[in-house]
Design a protein around this ligand. Structure first.
Ligand SMILES: NC(=O)c1ccc[n+]([C@@H]2O[C@H](COP(=O)([O-])OP(=O)(O)OC[C@H]3O[C@@H](n4cnc5c(N)ncnc54)[C@H](OP(=O)(O)O)[C@@H]3O)[C@@H](O)[C@H]2O)c1
Length: 300
C-alpha cells in the first residue's frame, strides 16, 4: 500500500512540482487556498483548506491521518511581509504550529521549507550549522517556523532552499520567468550584481524531497542549486540559453531598487551535506535551463 502524503500549498510553484514528482510512489492529498486545484487531479486528491484554520484542518486531518506532511504553504512575498506582518506571521508561524499540532497526533514526519533569508547575507553561502540572523520580517518568520518544529518529538526535516525557479500552472512570477518575459520584450533592462545565491530548479528540490521521504532523513538540509552566482550572471545565462542577447541586460545595485525588505547580499547555501548523506544531485544551471527550454517548447 502507498504511504500517505499531505502536501500543503499545493497550487504554488513547489507544491505543483512535489505532486508531479511524488504521485507515482505515494498517495497524495494536496491542500491550498483556492477552491479548485491548478493541476489536474490525475492520481491525487485536492481539498481547499487553509493551514491557519485550526478547526477545519483538524477535522480533515483526523480523517486523512497521513504518514508525511510536506509544508510548501507559505506567505512568500518578501516585501509584502514587511507591510502585512500579522498575516505573514499567521501563515508562516501560526500555520506551522497548527501543522505541528496535527503531526503530534500520529507522529507524522513533517518536511518543512525554509530559506537562506534566515541569514544576514554577510558571508554566504551558508552551511546547515551556521548561526541565523535574519534582516527582514520574512526571514524572521521562517526562522521562527523552523524553531517551532525543531523542538517537537515527531520526525522533522527542515529543508532550506533559495531562489526557486521553474514553470507551473498559474504560478506567481519568479526571477527566471521575470527575466524571460523581459527578454521577450526585447527592451533593455537592469539586474543587480550584488545579490549572490544559488538558483534552485523546483524539480530538483522536489527530487531532493523525494530522497528525504525514501530515506526518512530528519534534521536540517540545504537543498539548492549547485552554483552560487549573482543575479546578473543568472539573467545573462538565461538570455544565452534562450537565444537572446545578454547585452539587453544592464547592471545595477540593490540600493537602487528601493525594495521594502532589506535583502541578504552574500546569501546562498552550501549543499555538501545533502550531496553526501542524501545523494542529492541537482543538475548544473546550464542543463536546468536547457531542460526548461525544452519543457516550454513542449507545453507552451
Ligand atoms: N520562491 C523562492 O524563491 C523561495 C526561496 C526560499 C525558500 N522558499 C520556500 O519554499 C516554499 C515554497 O515556495 P514557493 O515558491 O512554491 O511559494 P508559492 O509559489 O508562493 O506557493 C506557496 C503556496 O502556499 C499557499 N498558501 C499561502 N497561505 C496559505 C494558507 N494559509 N494555507 C494554505 N496554503 C497557503 C499559496 O497560495 P496563494 O498563492 O493563493 O497565496 C501558494 O499556493 C515556501 O516555504 C518558501 O518560503 C521559496
Amino acid at each position: 500500500m502507498k504511504r500517505k502524503v499531505l502536501i500543503t500549498g499545493v497550487n504554488g510553484l513547489l507544491g505543483q512540482a512535489l505532486v508531479q514528482t511524488l504521485k507515482e510512489q505515494y498517495q497524495i492529498t494536496g491542500i491550498g487556498l483556492e477552491e479548485s486545484p491548478f493541476l489536474p487531479t490525475d492520481g491525487w486528491e485536492y481539498h481547499p483548506i487553509d493551514i491557519t484554520q485550526t478547526r477545519e484542518l483538524k477535522t480533515f486531518y483526523k480523517e486523512l491521518c497521513p504518514d508525511f506532511i510536506i509544508n510548501a504553504a507559505s506567505f512568500t512575498n518578501v516585501d509584502q511581509c514587511e507591510v502585512q506582518k500579522e498575516l505573514c506571521w499567521r501563515v508562516n508561524v501560526k500555520g506551522v504550529e497548527n501543522l505541528a499540532m496535527m503531526a503530534r497526533r500520529n507522529q507524522a514526519h513533517v518536511v518543512h521549507y525554509s530559506t537562506d533569508y534566515i541569514f544576514d547575507g554577510k558571508n554566504g553561502p551558508y552551511s546547515e550549522d551556521e548561526r541565523p540572523n535574519p534582516i527582514n520580517y520574512y526571514g524572521k518568520s521562517k526562522l521562527a517556523s523552523e524553531n517551532t518544529l525543531l523542538k517537537e518529538n515527531f520526525p522533522v526535516t527542515i529543508v532550506r532552499t533559495c531562489v526557486l525557479y521553474g514553470i507551473g500552472v498559474r504560478v506567481k512570477t519568479n526571477f527566471f520567468l521575470w527575466v524571460l518575459e523581459k527578454l521577450q520584450q526585447q527592451a533593455p533592462f537592469q539586474v543587480v550584481t550584488d545579490q549572490y545565491n544559488n538558483p534552485t530548479l523546483v524539480e530538483d528540490l522536489a527530487m531532493g524531497t523525494q530522497l528525504i521521504l525514501e530515506q526518512q532523513m530528519t534534521g536540517i538540509f540545504n537543498l539548492a542549486g549547485p552554483e552560487v552566482l549573482n543575479r546578473l550572471e543568472f539573467a545573462r545565462l538565461i538570455a544565452r540559453v534562450f537565444g537572446y542577447s545578454p547585452d539587453l541586460i544592464g547592471e545595477t545595485r540593490t540600493e537602487t531598487l528601493n525594495q521594502l525588505a532589506p535583502r541578504p547580499v552574500y546569501g546562498g547555501l552550501k549543499i555538501d551535506l545533502a550531496r553526501v548523506s542524501l545523494g542529492y544531485a541537482p543538475r548544473p544551471l546550464n542543463e536546468a535551463l536547457e531542460y526548461l527550454k525544452r519543457k516550454i517548447q513542449q507545453h507552451g
